[in-house]
Design a protein around this ligand. Structure first.
Ligand SMILES: Nc1ncnc2c1ncn2[C@@H]1O[C@H](COP(=O)(O)OP(=O)(O)O)[C@@H](O)[C@H]1O
Ligand SMILES: Nc1ccn([C@H]2C[C@H](O)[C@@H](COP(=O)(O)OP(=O)(O)O)O2)c(=O)n1
Length: 232
C-alpha cells in the first residue's frame, strides 16, 4: 500500500495601508503560483454594505455589534474571479461605493465584527492549508492576528503620494489631493483603533512599492512564495 504524501498549503499574509497594492499584488501572486486568494477588506466592506442597506446606524457600536452575525458572507477565493456575496447577493461592485468606503473603518473597529470575520477568515485559511496548495490573504491584521504563523509575512507600503495617484487613476478622479486626504483619514482610523489596528511589526518583511511596477512587486513576492514552498 502506498503511503499518501500530504503537503500542507502555504499561507502568504500581506498587510499594509490603503492603496499600497495589497489586492493587486495578492491576486497576481496567487494567479502565478496557483494559490487561493482572500481579500479580507472585502468582508468588512460586505458587512458595512449590508448594515447601510438596513439603515443600521454604523456610528453606533452597540447597533453594529447587534447585527454583526446576522448576514451570511460568502467569499470566492479564485484569484482570477474572486467573489463576495451577502445573503446570496453579489455585492462585488456595491462594496466599492464611496458610502461603504467612508463607513467601513467604523464598522471594522467593533469587536463583535472582528471576532466574527476573523473566525471566518481562519476557517478559510485552514481549509486552503489542508486542501489546496495554499492561499494569499491580505488586509490589516493578517500578519499580526489572523495568521501570525504564515510562512510569508509582508508589510506592503508606498508613499502617500504614490498611493493617492494610484487610487485616483483607478477611480478616474483628478482630485489627487482629495483622494490623498481620504486615504490618510482611513489609515489613521485603521491604525489607531483599539482592537487589531494596522501595525507594522518586525516579523513582517517591509516591501516599499513606491518605485516599483506592479509586475516587479508580484515577481518579488512570488519569489518569496517559492522559497517558502521549497523550505516547507
Ligand atoms: N507597484 C505598483 N505600481 C503602480 N500601481 C500599482 C502598484 N501596485 C498596485 N497598483 C495600482 O494601485 C491601485 C491600488 O492597488 P490595490 O491593490 O487596490 O491596493 P490596496 O489593496 O492596498 O488598497 C490599483 O489600481 C493597482 O493596480
Ligand atoms: N483585515 C482587515 C481588512 C480590512 N479592514 C478594514 C479597514 C479598511 O479601511 C477596510 C477596507 O479594506 P480594503 O482592503 O478594502 O481597503 P482598500 O482596498 O485599501 O481601500 O476594512 C480591517 O479592519 N481589517
Amino acid at each position: 500500500m502506498n503511503a499518501q504524501i500530504h503537503t500542507e498549503g502555504i499561507v502568504i499574509a500581506i498587510d499594509g495601508p490603503s492603496g499600497s497594492g495589497k489586492s493587486s499584488t495578492s491576486r497576481g501572486v496567487a494567479t502565478a503560483k496557483a494559490l487561493r486568494y482572500l481579500d479580507t477588506g472585502a468582508m468588512y466592506r460586505a458587512l458595512t454594505w449590508w448594515m447601510l442597506q438596513r439603515g443600521i446606524d454604523v456610528s453606533d457600536p452597540t447597533a453594529v455589534a447587534g447585527a454583526a452575525t446576522t448576514p451570511t458572507i460568502t467569499m470566492g477565493t479564485d484569484p482570477a474571479a474572486p467573489t463576495v456575496h451577502v445573503d446570496g447577493t453579489d455585492v462585488a461592485q456595491a462594496i466599492r461605493s464611496q458610502e461603504v468606503t467612508a463607513n467601513v473603518s467604523a464598522v471594522a473597529s467593533v469587536p463583535a465584527v472582528r471576532e466574527r470575520l476573523v473566525a471566518l477568515q481562519r476557517e478559510m485559511i485552514t481549509e486552503a492549508r489542508e486542501h489546496t496548495s495554499g492561499i494569499v490573504v491580505e488586509g490589516r491584521d493578517i500578519t499580526t492576528v489572523v495568521a501570525p504563523d504564515a510562512q510569508v509575512k509582508l508589510f506592503l507600503t508606498a508613499s502617500q503620494e504614490a498611493r493617492a495617484h494610484r487610487r485616483s487613476a483607478e477611480v478616474h478622479s483628478e482630485d489627487v489631493a482629495g483622494t490623498q486626504e481620504a486615504l490618510a483619514l482611513r489609515d489613521r482610523l485603521d491604525s489607531s483603533r483599539a482592537l487589531s489596528p494596522l501595525t507594522q511589526t518586525a516579523e513582517a518583511t517591509e516591501l516599499d512599492s513606491t518605485g516599483l511596477t506592479l509586475e516587479e512587486v508580484i515577481a518579488l513576492v512570488a519569489g518569496l512564495a517559492e522559497e517558502a514552498r521549497a523550505a516547507a
